[in-house]
Write a protein that binds this ligand. Structure first.
Ligand SMILES: *Cc1c(COP(=O)(O)O)cnc(C)c1O
Length: 393
């Protein structure tokens, strides 16, 4: 185990420790689950808050051959950090006037759902003097991005014309599920049917894609018939279950990658009947001790978890007392007196008895995706178990 955490980090106000060995193991576990397909590690939104570049590198070291981002800027940043071909990078959230030319020059795969995007990518390819790698996205039922089946033949036809002109290569046909986290939901079979149809229609028209793909994490974990040539796993790479109903991370052989902790900024006695934090929504029942945890909603700690969020201090679960403020919140220590600087663990893998991101999601009435993704820039990411030589470990 390589400890890259500097000793000084022990005194950090707060830290999000990112266990890259866990991330690599998760990627290997997911590859084994979808052994007939290639694996795309989705590293959008700074790798769900874990840090895009280190996580992308670790995922590639563990055998991911594709990376996925929402925006082209995120994808370009990966290339700028030195993650070059043969690693493929797909970015799918475009708006008119986007950096199409830079994307073509950086050898990104760009997603096209509509004719306006195809027109922009053709122009960019012309300007760049090289063909663009284009993946056509179908809306098979999500009702969000993607081309409706009714408009698909026209989009495919235009794309084939651009391909014949040498301006683009149609590298992929793809789509996205609405309800993959609810196994048995009737939309899943309907979307798979629709996807097979739009792929068959495009191939009959002459498209020869490198990859066809529709599976996100829940589909990768529960729906083998959705794997096709490539699976796009996001949340599972970070060791978080897509939904508590599906199972825990351990049920799928996954390990949470992020551990969020803080150093208590103050420990003190409070008399009974004392209000705590803004609005005095918590009042001490009797004399007690409290600890000041120096992270707040500006750090991504959800204010909706006021009065409910769990924190491990001194081996015991404590509960947020009163409101979570911008920079800090208070936990009731029930008479215990840890020293200032003692570790407060908000969430982690859970095997030291600490809560998990899922526990915080439940406390805040949201999903664990939102908990890890929103941890703010003010919290340093501390990478452990890095392998600087990039070898798989
Ligand atoms: C975010 C995203 C994914 C990954 O979803 P997870 O549920 O995190 O695996 C895959 N595909 C698209 C289009 C996405 O936006």
């Amino acid at each position: 185990m390589t400890e890259t955490a500097h000793p000084r980090t022990a005194t950090l106000r707060a830290r999000a420790e990112i266990d890259l060995a866990a991330l690599r193991a998760n990627v290997r576990t997911l590859r084994a689950r979808a052994s007939g397909a290639a694996l795309m590690a989705v590293v959008k939104s700074d790798a769900y808050g874990h840090g895009a570049v280190p996580c992308a590198r670790a995922a590639v070291a563990a055998g991911a051959t594709w990376l996925g981002t929402a925006t082209p800027e995120e994808a370009l940043a990966l290339r700028a950090a030195g993650i070059g071909p043969p690693v493929r990078i797909l970015c799918w959230l475009w708006t008119p006037g986007g950096p199409w030319r830079e994307a073509v020059e950086a050898d990104l795969d760009v997603s096209v759902s509509a004719l306006w995007a195809l027109a922009e990518v053709r122009e960019a390819a012309r300007a760049a003097g090289r063909p663009a790698r284009v993946q056509l996205k179908a809306d098979t039922g999500l009702g969000r991005n993607g081309c409706q089946p009714a408009d698909w033949p026209e989009l495919v036809g235009e794309a084939l014309r651009a391909e014949a002109e040498g301006l683009i290569r149609i590298t992929g046909l793809w789509s996205h599920f609405a309800c993959a986290d609810e196994p048995g939901h009737p939309s899943i079979a309907a979307q798979l049917d629709c996807f097979r149809t739009v792929v068959a229609d495009a191939e009959a028209a002459g498209v020869r894609p490198e990859v066809r793909h529709i599976a996100n994490s829940p589909a990768t974990l529960t729906l083998p018939e959705s794997h096709f040539d490539l699976v796009r796993t996001g949340i599972a790479v970070y060791g978080v279950s897509p939904s508590p109903e599906l199972g825990t991370p351990a049920d799928f052989g996954l390990r949470p990658v992020m551990t969020l902790s803080a150093a208590l900024a103050l420990v003190k006695h409070l008399p009974g009947g004392h209000g705590v934090s803004y609005g005095h929504h918590f009042v001490t029942a009797g004399e007690t001790t409290v600890g000041l945890v120096p992270v707040g909603y500006a750090d991504g700690i959800p204010r909706h978890a006021s009065g409910t969020g769990p924190v491990l201090v001194g081996g015991k679960w404590r509960t947020v007392a009163g409101r979570i403020a911008m920079d800090q919140f208070v936990v009731d220590l029930g008479g215990d007196l840890p020293e200032a600087g003692a570790e407060a663990v908000l969430f982690g893998p859970g095997d030291r008895g600490e809560p998990t991101a899922e526990d915080w999601a439940q406390a805040a009435g949201t999903i664990a995706y939102e908990i890890v993704t929103r941890i703010g820039k003010r919290v340093p990411r501390v990478y452990v178990n890095e392998e600087p030589n990039g070898r798989e470990g």
